[in-house]
Design a protein around this ligand. Structure first.
Ligand SMILES: NC(=O)c1ccc[n+]([C@@H]2O[C@H](COP(=O)([O-])OP(=O)(O)OC[C@H]3O[C@@H](n4cnc5c(N)ncnc54)[C@H](OP(=O)(O)O)[C@@H]3O)[C@@H](O)[C@H]2O)c1
Length: 321
C-alpha cells in the first residue's frame, strides 16, 4: 500500500510518501480501503513527539472507507460495507486494519468524507460536556479553541442541549465569524482579549458552568479562572503545545472541578461505541454538522499538516488517497 510515513518525530517535513507492506487482518478485525482521512489534532502532536510504534511509522487516528477484508470472527460487518474507523495509528495510508470494535457502519447515502470526521471530535465533545461536564439545560458553556474539530462539535452539542449561552474562543475574529450559525452566542478572540475578563463580562460575573478545554497551558489557567460556582472544566488536550502549569487555588472555595477526559480509555465500551454510532446518525440526518475546511491528497500529508499548524483551518482537513 501507499502511506504517508515518517522515520523520526518532527515538523511536517518528516513525512515521506512511500510503499509499505499491506496491513494484516486480525481474526476480530477488518481492513478498509481508505477513502478519506480526517486529520485529528492528536495526529499533528503525535508526529511532533509521539512514539513511533511502527517503523516507518504511519500516524493517524481516524479514517473512513470500504471494507475489503474481514476477520473470521467478525459477524456484524461485511466486505463492501462503508465504515468509519479509529485506532491508535495507521490512518494516513491507502489501507488500514482495525478491530471490528473500532469500525462504525456509515448510514446509507451518507458522504464518506463527512462520516470520516465524526467519531473522535463528536464523541470527545460529548464526553466533555455530558459524561464529565454534567451539562444541564440553561447552563453557560465555554468552548476553548472553538474552531477546532472538538470545538465545533462541542458548540453544536451544547446549543442542542439547551445551554443558556455558548461562548467560544479562537485566535482571530475571522475564525470566530465562521462559528456563527453553529450555535455560538459570543466569540472571544483570545489572541487579543483576556478570556477571563470577557467571560465574566458576558455572564454578569457569574462565569461559565461547563468549560471544554482542548488547548491546555496558559489557556487552561484561563478556563479555571472563568468557572462559575460549582463549574466544571473538562481538560481534553494540549493543542497549545505548552507545559501544563496551573494554579488550582480558586477551585476549592467555589466547589469547582477539573476533569481530565480521554476518549480512548472508554471508546471500546458499549456505551461509547453506541454513543458514536448515534452521533454519526445525527450528522447523517443533518441534526449536527461536520465542517470540512479543505482536502489534500494523501501524498500531500506534509502540506496538510503544515496548513493545520498555521492555524488557518476551521474544522477538519482531510487527506484523500
Ligand atoms: N483526550 C482526548 O480524548 C482527545 C480527543 C480528541 C482530541 N484531543 C486533543 O484535543 C486537541 C484538539 O484536537 P482537535 O482534533 O480538535 O484539533 P484541531 O482541529 O487540529 O484544532 C486545534 C486548534 O487548537 C488551536 N490552537 C491553540 N494553540 C495552538 C497551537 N500552538 N498550535 C496549533 N493550534 C493551536 C487552534 O485554534 P486557534 O488558532 O483558533 O486557537 C486549532 O484550531 C488536541 O490536543 C488533541 O490531541 C484529545
Amino acid at each position: 500500500m501507499k502511506a504517508a510515513v515518517y522515520y523520526e518525530n518532527g515538523g511536517p517535513d518528516v513525512f515521506r510518501y512511500e510503499d509499505v507492506a499491506d496491513p494484516d487482518c486480525h481474526a476480530k478485525g477488518v481492513v478498509i480501503r481508505v477513502e478519506a482521512v480526517s486529520i485529528e489534532g492528536g495526529d499533528t502532536l503525535n508526529r511532533l513527539r509521539g512514539a513511533l510504534v511502527t517503523k516507518p511509522h504511519v500516524v493517524g487516528y481516524q479514517a473512513a472507507g470500504e471494507i475489503v477484508q474481514i476477520g473470521e470472527a467478525v459477524t456484524n460487518l461485511k466486505v463492501g460495507q462503508k465504515v468509519v474507523t479509529t485506532g491508535a495509528f495507521g490512518s494516513h495510508a491507502t489501507l488500514r486494519a482495525v478491530a471490528a470494535r473500532s469500525a462504525w457502519p456509515i448510514p446509507e447515502g451518507m458522504d464518506v468524507r463527512v462520516a470520516a470526521c465524526v467519531p473522535i471530535p463528536f464523541g470527545t465533545a460529548h464526553e466533555c460536556l455530558f459524561e464529565f461536564g454534567r451539562l444541564q439545560k440553561g447552563e453557560v458553556v465555554l468552548v476553548q479553541a472553538g474552531a477546532s474539530g472538538v470545538g465545533i462539535a462541542a458548540i453544536q452539542l451544547a446549543a442542542r442541549a439547551g445551554a443558556a449561552m455558548v461562548l467560544a474562543t479562537a485566535s482571530s475574529d475571522e475564525r470566530l465569524e465562521k462559528l456563527k450559525g453553529l450555535g455560538l452566542t459570543h466569540g472571544i478572540n483570545y489572541d487579543r482579549d483576556d478570556v477571563v475578563t470577557e467571560v465574566m463580562r458576558l455572564t454578569d460575573n457569574k462565569g461559565a458552568d461547563v468549560i471544554v478545554d482542548p488547548v491546555g497551558g496558559a489557556i487552561l489557567q484561563s478556563s479555571i479562572l472563568s468557572l462559575a460556582y460549582r463549574g466544571r472544566v473538562s481538560m481534553v488536550g494540549q493543542a497549545g503545545r505548552e507545559p501544563m502549569k496551573v494554579d488550582v487555588s480558586t477551585m476549592m472555595g467555589g466547589n469547582r472541578s477539573l476533569s481530565g477526559v480521554f476518549l480512548g480509555a472508554e471508546i471500546g465500551t458499549d456505551r461509547v461505541y453506541n454513543l458514536i454510532q448515534g452521533l454519526i446518525g445525527d450528522v447523517a440526518k443533518g441534526e449536527l454538522k461536520v465542517v470540512i475546511d479543505r482536502a489534500f491528497k494523501l501524498s500531500e500529508a506534509a502540506e496538510a499538516h503544515r496548513y493545520i499548524e498555521s492555524r488557518q483551518a476551521v474544522g477538519r482537513v482531510l487527506l484523500v488517497p
